[in-house]
Design a protein around this ligand. Sequence first.
Ligand code: PLP
Length: 439
Amino acid sequence: MSYSHLKSEAYINEERQYFAPTGRIQYADIGFVKGNGATLTDMDGNTYIDLLASASVANVGHCHPKVVNAIKKQAEQLVHNTPAYFTHNLVLELQKRLTNITPGQFPKKVIFGNSGSDANDGMIKYARAYTGRQNIITFTDAYHGSTFGAITESAVSLNMRRNMGPFVPGIYQLPFPDENEKLPQEDEIAFSERYLDHFRLAFRTYLPPEEVAAILIEPIQGDGGIRQLPFYFVKELYALCQEHGILFMVDEVNQGLARSGKMWSIDHFDIAPDLLATGKSLAAGLPLSAIVGRAEIMNSLPAPGHCFTTAGNPICCAASLATLDIIEEEELMEKSACDGEYVKAKLQAMQEVYPFIKRVRMYGLNGGIELVVEENNQSANTDCANKVMTYLLNHGVIMITLAGNILRFQPPLVITREELDRALSLLEAAFKAYRNGEI
Ligand code: PLP
């Protein structure tokens, strides 16, 4: 196996950086032609361990035979249906299934879309229609998608929002409680209270709570750096929502479907949200998203108010039902939790050796490794992150960075122990090469 076609980092920076809206290096010359479990094979025959899970769409792995068979079988029956007028047995089955596996014992309804972005846009519509209020609150550093509502809800990168405004009115971002901002004397409660005060201040001064339709959270923020909201903070925020009749919405597009060691990342908080958005791995990479919500909220908008021609496509629904079966049969929630602990221990051991590893965050197989310059200089080390990422790519491991200095560790949940060990030992080799000035 040779990765010699991959040139130096300088070459990648200058010539391959063809389209980098988030400021990340993107590798235009690499094209994948085959996927199998946790691996991808490129046009030149090189195989890579995919620590990106193809942007979280490959929780059950690439080309899982069950998913492939479900797709083939359905393609022979009916490729498209018209959701505005008709339904389909697989649509009905998947709606029922999602109703059952999402938190909350109340009556629910499910509507399908094509992307995580449109699901988040849809939740804005339902929240406004149901409450008769306009305003939505999200968090700084959040990423909720690229359609107008979803990008307005996002604040992960200025570049993502340049030159396209004005945005959807009535959407506000309040500060995300990042543990790096925790003061030395603060415990979780004091830290959370300081950030809850931003909400209380907003409610007192410029955003009357009776005019707020919903708060949208990603319980474990993905693109913002793999950061879990403090438990106390989420519980109190939920209580605040209940007190003021504000809907509690969660974006599970990235963190749902067993990624965090539970089916949904909100399950770590034991809260049943009013509206939940899912996508990405929902149909193992085929375009399918869903909003699952309280029936009375979902009834507030007539069906054509949130409708896409190809939403709930039967092939996507077939792939999705197979995906949900695999998560159950292969116990991927449990595997994610257990493998996550294994990886965390290995990364923490590396942290002992390499002082530029500031933090290791793992929630299931869902990790962020935060890099700083050194123990006495805690500024973000983007140089190390970029060099490690390039080293790994040159050695057959796909890994990306978040926020410039955080390495994202989120392989397909079906990854084998051997593949994990190989990826971890290459990661350690990259850290060593960086420390020794070899890269
Ligand atoms: N929500 C979250 C948390 C995401 O991470 C993403 C995509 O990265 C989206 C929504 C948007 O999903 P899509 O790209 O499928 O529109």
